[in-house]
Design a binder for this molecule. Structure first.
Ligand code: NDP
Ligand code: HSE
Length: 434
């Protein structure tokens, strides 16, 4: 190996991702040094429990429970412990001590990103976070650097591996939600608290990060509309399949004009996607992100969205970038938030919907349902009716709407639910990607 300057690398966390990062850093150190132009010395690994089992064999002498001391002597700090504290404080300490930071912590970036970026800007340090959205897929750099000369119109993506894995196995094997979630946890895809995955919090954090970069606007997490997949049932999946559709948890970030003002919408929900759409064939824990830009047109980024070793690839790419900057000097690339566009509430967003109702099989019911929708400014595109039961037949209505504003649709669904002719609102799903 050439006689490179040595950079001390502190690793915080040796879980699903951290243990793989340590392993690759130790095994491929010489190659990484040639790419970075610096020898990357793993100075230590901070964990909570020195005796906890690890996914890979790592030298015991590297482990410590004293993250603070480890960080203070480091040139590059890799934060892979997750959560808000102590990650936030430790990263701020690292930046204050002159280190460049690499993190995969979307929960932290989505809530305290501006604070971390400002702290780094003040001292000219850099914060790298390629692994914080869509695991191994390069999407942060393309948005921040490659597409910096374009205007992004829309991002639509599957950005959570756990939920895609669950929905995919429910779809292809008829598997049970709870069993598949347990498998996703065992495989290292799920967050420490899997509620973050299945209730859409993780995808919402990633959507906030992607939208902030794409639209040069600091998007606060509470401006992201979020729905999870816990209400998705086997029969909804079956019904979607029969209609040539598949249910995916999507993150959608788009430029919209509301009341004459250029704005953005950022939202996460389970949506119906045509089986012919490329997102429909994203299987397992894979992620895919579609980017539509004014000049570039449509671009698709696809690959492993979760998993320890896959995510370690993105982390190590950031470590090489951080090392290059550290050696070259100068200030890190700051985040651009100058556009500062307003984020519109979900009520203003328009999409197509599919509403499934159980209604009495009686004369006039269809007319009543159509009347409620029409009065609510929701225009019907298709209606499919099936009837079950002989003595007291119940009709199932699957109604496809034209594009409708979310607030109009929600009000109409409330009126339907309260109507005497509707026995049950079975599901209301948005349709995307047509
Ligand atoms: P794990 O829960 O598997 O590992 C967390 C690690 O952090 C453990 O080694 C734990 O120590 C250590 N740790 C936790 N709290 C502290 C603390 N207070 N002080 C020191 N060490 C601590 O997490 P993952 O590896 O799955 O995820 C790490 C980060 O990467 C998270 O931000 C996550 O969102 C993100 N990410 C994860 C992906 C994945 O597929 N898993 C993909 C993309 C991003 P100990 O082992 O002793 O308990
Ligand atoms: N829990 C996350 C997921 C890890 O399932 O996508 C990757 O960010």
């Amino acid at each position: 190996m050439a006689d490179y300057r040595r950079l001390r690398v502190a690793l915080l966390g040796a879980g699903a991702v951290g243990s793989q990062v340590a392993d690759l850093l130790l095994r491929h150190g010489d190659e990484l040094a040639d790419r970075a132009g610096a020898a990357l010395e793993l100075a230590g690994i901070a964990v909570r429990d020195l005796d906890a089992p690890r996914d890979v064999d790592l030298p015991r002498e590297l482990f410590t429970t004293d993250a603070e001391s480890l960080v203070l002597g480091a040139d590059i700090v890799i934060e892979l412990i997750g959560g808000i504290e102590p990650a936030r404080t430790t990263i701020l300490q690292a930046i204050g001590a002159g280190a460049d930071v690499v993190t995969a912590n979307k929960a932290l970036l989505a809530t305290h990103g501006p604070e971390l970026f400002e702290a780094a800007d003040r001292v000219g340090a850099s914060v790298h976070y390629e692994a914080a959205a869509a695991g191994a897929i390069p999407i942060i750099r393309p948005l921040r650097d490659s597409l910096a000369g374009d205007r992004i119109v829309r991002i639509m993506g599957i950005v959570n591996g756990t939920t895609n894995y669950i929905l995919d196995r429910m779809e292809t094997e008829g598997a049970d939600f709870a069993d598949v979630l347990a498998d996703a946890q065992r495989l290292g895809y799920a967050e420490a608290d899997p509620t973050a995955d299945i209730e859409g919090y993780d995808a919402a954090q990633k959507a906030a990060i992607l939208a902030s970069l794409a639209f040069h606007t600091a998007v606060p997490l509470d401006a992201v509309h979020r729905e999870g997949i816990t209400s998705v049932t086997a029969s909804m999946i079956e019904e979607a399949r029969a209609a040539g559709l598949v249910i995916k948890l999507l993150a959608v970030c788009e430029r919209v004009v509301v009341e004459g003002t250029e704005s953005i919408s950022v939202r996460v929900y389970p949506a119906l996607v045509p089986q012919s759409h490329p997102l429909a064939s994203v299987h397992g824990a894979n992620n895919a992100v579609f980017v539509e830009a004014e000049a570039a047109g449509s671009l698709m980024f696809y690959g492993a969205g979760a998993g320890g070793v896959q995510t370690a690839s993105a982390v190590l790419g950031d470590v090489v970038s951080a090392a290059r900057r550290h050696i070259a000097g100068g200030v890190g690339v700051g985040e651009s938030t100058r556009a500062n566009l307003p984020v519109v509430p979900i009520g203003f967003v328009t999409t197509r919907y599919q509403i499934t109702l159980e209604v009495a099989d009686a004369p006039g019911v269809l007319a009543t349902v159509a009347g409620i929708l029409s009065d609510g400014d929701v225009s019907v595109a298709t209606i499919v009716q099936t009837v079950e039961g002989e003595e007291e037949p119940t009709a199932r209505l699957i109604i496809g709407t034209h594009r409708a504003a979310d607030r109009a649709l929600s009000a109409a669904v409330d009126t339907l639910a309260a109507s005497a002719v509707v026995e049950r609102v079975v599901s209301v799903l948005r349709v995307e990607g047509e």
